[in-house]
Design a protein around this ligand. Structure first.
Ligand SMILES: Cc1cc2nc3c(=O)[nH]c(=O)nc-3n(C[C@H](O)[C@H](O)[C@H](O)COP(=O)(O)O)c2cc1C
Length: 369
């Protein structure tokens, strides 16, 4: 008797969602929303082009204007945004796909330029390292945006935290209204939840800082708010506990990963989306990968991410390391990535000049083979 091992192209039941294959489109900020952060018709075309993957995770989407710090990224805090997103979910569903919304708050990574000159919010008054895209000035005609360094955030008080938690809950409710199949809480890449989780950015002395139990408290409150609006079997969580980019870092990433995965399990989340390992580019390959600790602590689906190709992704799944693999950069230039990987066809290279800025060029004009 032969036992069919799961492969990249085999179906997967993930919480309430039945995925036809284990190829996940990773969330990709592409900055094609309107200047008012409303999703556009172009975005519906882009996502529908990629609908044959097992699951699309949308680009990061701000739940609160105070957490939005990037030109032309989408939000989900107004009715107009819900309407814009509804056109996207309708297009993806009409093309036979499934899409979840990534709920996002940038915390200390917001430049004051985006929030009327105010000081951004963070767990502690510690600036991120590096710089980011500032909004363009008057008369902007396209092209690269100016860069500015991150600033020292204002330490959030309990009212700020309550507003943030509420915004995530409202984001989940609006995502449901917009027709999404679920949501992914963005707890990765140095954004606000990650800022609370990791010890380098969280130096608080109250109930939200110090011990691991305290640093995970904000996440628990967010998951409570989100799962009261969207059933837990449609909620995922993205984490990057070993990433040290933008001044992040944790005293014990393995313990953090296990603690967070345990919480995800307690809430009955459908998946944990782990960014690790990465051979090049997005983050350094960690010395001590944490995927096994996530796997042991979390009974749901584990999605692994970072510099995979078809062969390494299939090996990751057949070895049982993860249930599914997500692809980020390969999805920029290969709308038909599933077919190309399945049939061993050529994988096109993206033009990064149009990754984070522009219109149709470098966005919806990549051909299918
Ligand atoms: C253009 C671009 C935009 C991205 N935007 C997001 C995002 O909105 N949310 C997120 O969690 N990760 C984002 N990422 C990270 C990717 O989801 C992914 O983790 C990273 O590209 C590594 O996977 P890969 O090696 O398959 O590209 C972005 C990456 C790129 C290249």
């Amino acid at each position: 008797m032969t036992i069919a091992l799961p492969s990249l192209f085999s179906p997967l039941q993930m919480g309430a969602l039945a995925l036809p294959n284990r190829v996940v489109m990773a969330p990709l900020t592409r900055a094609r929303a309107s200047v008012d952060n409303v999703p556009t018709a172009l975005m519906a075309i882009y996502y529908a082009q990629r609908a044959d993957c097992g699951l699309i995770v949308s680009e990061a989407t701000a739940v609160d204007p105070l957490g939005m710090g990037w030109y032309r990224v989408p939000g989900i805090w107004t009715d107009a945004m819900v309407e814009g997103w509804r056109a996207v979910t309708n297009a993806v569903h009409a093309a036979g796909g499934r899409i979840v919304l990534q709920l996002w708050h940038m915390g200390r990574l917001v430049l004051p330029d985006y929030i009327g000159g105010a000081q951004p919010l963070g767990p502690s008054a510690i600036a991120a390292t590096g710089e980011t895209f500032a909004p363009p000035g008057e008369g902007y005609q396209g092209g690269f945006l100016p860069m500015k360094p991150y600033v020292i955030p204002r330490e959030m008080d309990t009212a700020d935290i309550a507003r943030l938690v509420e915004a995530f809950g409202q984001g989940a409710a609006r995502a449901r209204d917009a027709g999404f199949d679920g949501v992914e809480v963005h707890g990765a890449n140095g954004y606000v939840i990650d800022q609370f989780l990791q010890s380098a950015s969280n130096r608080r002395s109250d109930d939200y800082g110090g011990s691991l139990a305290n640093r995970t408290r904000l996440l628990e409150e967010v998951l409570e708010a989100v799962t009261s609006e969207m059933p837990a079997d449609r909620v995922g969580l993205r984490i990057s506990p070993t990433s040290a980019r933008k001044g992040m870092g944790d005293e014990d990433p393995g313990a953090l990963a296990e603690g967070v995965a345990t919480i995800a399990g307690r809430f009955g989340l459908s998946y944990v989306h782990l960014i690790e390992p990465i051979a090049s580019g997005f983050m350094e390959r960690p010395d001590n990968p944490v995927v096994e600790r996530v796997r042991k602590a979390f009974p749901g689906v584990t999605i692994q991410n970072g510099s995979f190709d078809a062969a390494s992704a299939d090996a990751c799944i057949t070895s049982g390391q993860a249930d599914a693999v997500s692809f980020g950069r390969p999805y920029i230039a290969n709308p038909d990535l599933v077919r190309r990987m399945r049939e061993g066809l050529q994988i096109a290279a993206p033009d990064f000049d149009y990754a984070y800025v522009g219109e149709a060029r470098g966005y919806t004009d990549y051909p299918v083979l």
